[in-house]
Design a protein around this ligand. Structure first.
Ligand SMILES: Nc1ncnc2c1ncn2[C@@H]1O[C@H](COP(=O)(O)OP(=O)(O)OP(=O)(O)O)[C@@H](O)[C@H]1O
Ligand SMILES: [Mg+2]
Length: 222
């Protein structure tokens, strides 16, 4: 597998965290890796390092310059809203076909591992007609679904898996990323998801200082 789309049950769940960990793992293993965050909202050039593109570039070992940001994250908007709304605030709109073409060209030209981070959850609107789900369907590459151990994540995760598989997409793995302060034990979350989604590998991600991304990386390499 060489390209993977990273989606989640919602915003702030850990897509960039997981992508950065994988990038660092593959770089340390001497494997070529590239990452894109094609659509970003809440982008502030004054704190570009803290943006998703900035974090991904740092993991890639590249400088956080305007040119590099432009290269990996061309559709950027200031308002911290869904992409359709954030674009509208600037009297702009996302050209879905251009987004699809940009992503497909990156997949076609990719020589190592390519991670494409989505935005928000699986059905965030990109324009008046398309959501992230339509984008994933057009690309038709394997997915990584990141979820949490928050109360409500079971329904969010199973709903997401149902929709993704109905649309013919392949979920390579589900990452259950521990939600800080949650009353729900991560073990119980994993056990329950496994019961309902037997065929899909579940990878546990704890909050710790130096987590290993090897098990997840190996899932994606297979
Ligand atoms: N396992 C973890 N351990 C420590 N910190 C984490 C972990 N997972 C996520 N975080 C932190 O939680 C915050 C939210 O995670 P992240 O930015 O990866 O979410 P996201 O799904 O990419 O959000 P967005 O929808 O804004 O793109 C970040 O500050 C990230 O560093
Ligand atoms: Mg992110």
């Amino acid at each position: 597998m060489s390209a993977c789309f990273i989606t989640a049950t919602g915003t702030d769940i850990g897509k960039t965290y997981v992508a950065s960990g994988l990038i660092r793992h593959w770089r340390a293993a001497g494997r070529p890796v590239e990452a894109l965050k094609p659509v970003a909202t809440g982008f502030d050039p004054a704190s570009a390092e803290a943006s998703d593109a900035g974090v991904l570039l740092a993991a890639l070992g590249r400088p956080v310059t305007p040119a590099e940001i432009d290269r990996i994250s061309p559709w950027r908007y200031a308002a911290p809203l869904s992409p359709d709304m954030a674009a509208q605030r600037e009297s702009r709109s996302i050209d879905f076909d251009a987004l699809a073409t940009f992503s497909q060209a990156a997949i076609a030209g990719n020589k190592g591992m390519l991670l494409i981070e989505g935005i928000g959850g699986i059905m965030v609107p990109l324009d008046n007609r398309h959501t992230v789900l339509d984008w994933m369907v057009v690309l038709n590459i394997p997915l990584l679904l990141v979820t949490g151990s928050y109360l409500g994540s079971l329904s969010d995760t199973l709903t997401a898996l149902d929709v993704l598989t109905r649309r013919g997409l392949t979920v390579k793995a589900v990452v259950v990323n521990e939600t800080p302060g949650s009353q729900v034990a991560i073990e119980s979350t994993i056990e329950t998801i496994k019961r309902f989604a037997r065929a899909i590998p579940i990878v546990e991600m704890r909050r710790m200082a130096a987590p290993t991304f090897r098990p997840l990386a190996e899932r994606l390499e297979s």
